[in-house]
Ligand binder design. Structure first.
Ligand code: SF4
Ligand code: SF4
Length: 342
């Protein structure tokens, strides 16, 4: 771990330099809503005390739609063509801990029974420059899922705001090499070491272990009859989420005798998601689908990969059109769990 310092103006110049050097640079857009190559070059929107972007940076690693291969009927023979993948080196600048942590979490599923080359190549080609978060609202719960406003999980370099500059802490070898390569933009940091990792709030909103234990034993509990009752099955929560990763693979026709096999985002809140060809649907109600959403994130994924499939960013709740609040539900489960053990 190495500590350096970079003035905000120099960080902006570094990003400009990288773009000229054919890097794909992804930062916060001028409206503060998402991460994009069309980011705010002044970096004024890269604030640590504003809400996280409405949409996570996941869409740059796990694309909304991605061609797996193209096919063409060539007089009875089938010609296959590989898609062209953007192999540019990528730098993501200014992601909060509740975004950066999503990459190691998603890596588990994208390298489980099959290594997803598309996802892996993008991650390998990227430097993630995370940033300490100084924001907190009623929807945030990063502390409850094992992270914090200072969490460096998933970052190669971690920035800590320091007046008009940032303290840049290298976390990985990739981060070290990056700072060495672009040393001209950095200076030695001579101040006191930044404070140790510490939770943003002292009072826990819920106890994850109690919630997990309750989920282990209450698949049929009456709580599920009402959870998600008002859900519209719009899928917003999955699409803005840094860790949701459901997808569908479909053949899409291009002209009369050619097509593309594409991988598209999907969501377990959609009624068709688990509908079988027979017409049977094991999750034929919003309540069952919402139980799946919560159970997948807070039980199944942890059982399988020892990770919680949620970074506590609160995006799903901030954007839900019917105000379904995942934190409220988790607090409710925690209360039920405690009332039954006391
Ligand atoms: S955003 Fe809200 S309404 Fe839409 S699927 Fe998610 S919980 Fe349901
Ligand atoms: S489930 Fe909600 S709070 Fe958790 S990571 Fe996804 S969007 Fe954020």
């Amino acid at each position: 771990m190495k500590l350096m310092k970079i003035e905000k103006g120099n960080l902006s110049k570094l990003m400009e330099h990288l773009k000229k050097d054919n890097f794909r640079v992804i930062g916060v857009t001028p409206d503060g809503k998402r991460f994009s190559e069309k980011f705010d070059e002044t970096l004024n929107f890269m604030q640590s005390d504003t809400p996280p972007t409405s949409i996570s940076f996941k869409e740059h690693f796990f694309l909304k739609t991605e061609a797996l291969f193209y096919y063409k009927n060539n007089n009875g023979a089938i010609d296959l063509k590989e898609p062209v993948i953007d192999e540019r080196k990528t730098v993501v600048i200014g992601a909060r801990p509740c975004d950066t942590a999503s990459l190691p979490i998603l890596s588990k599923v994208f390298n489980w029974d099959y290594a997803d080359d598309f996802f892996n190549r993008r991650v390998e080609n990227s430097i993630i420059i995370g940033m300490k978060c100084n924001y907190q609202d009623d929807y945030c719960f990063c502390n409850e899922v094992g992270l914090s406003q200072n969490s460096e999980k998933g970052s190669d370099i971690f920035l800590i705001p320091d007046g008009d500059a940032f303290i840049a802490k290298t976390i990985t070898d990739k981060g070290n090499k990056f700072i060495e390569e672009f040393a001209i933009f950095f200076e030695e940091y001579t101040g006191n070491p930044p404070a140790e990792n510490k939770n943003g709030h002292d009072e826990k909103k819920f106890d994850y272990e109690s919630v997990k234990k309750w989920l282990d034993n209450n698949f049929e509990h009456k709580f599920w009859d009402e959870a998600g009752e008002t859900c519209l099955s719009c899928g917003q929560c999955a699409f803005v989420c840094p860790t949701c990763h459901c997808f569908d693979i479909v053949d899409e026709q291009c002209g009369t005798c050619a097509g593309v096999r594409a991988k598209n985002w999907d969501a377990c809140q959609f009624s068709l998601f688990t509908k079988h060809a027979s017409g049977h649907n094991p999750r034929d109600s919003r309540e069952k689908r919402y139980r799946q959403r919560i159970s997948h994130k807070f039980k199944y994924y942890n059982d399988k990969f020892s990770e919680i499939l949620c970074t506590g960013c609160g995006r799903c709740s901030r954007g839900c059109p019917v105000s379904t609040d995942i934190l409220e539900l988790l607090e409710e489960i925690d209360q039920i769990a405690h009332s039954t053990t006391n």
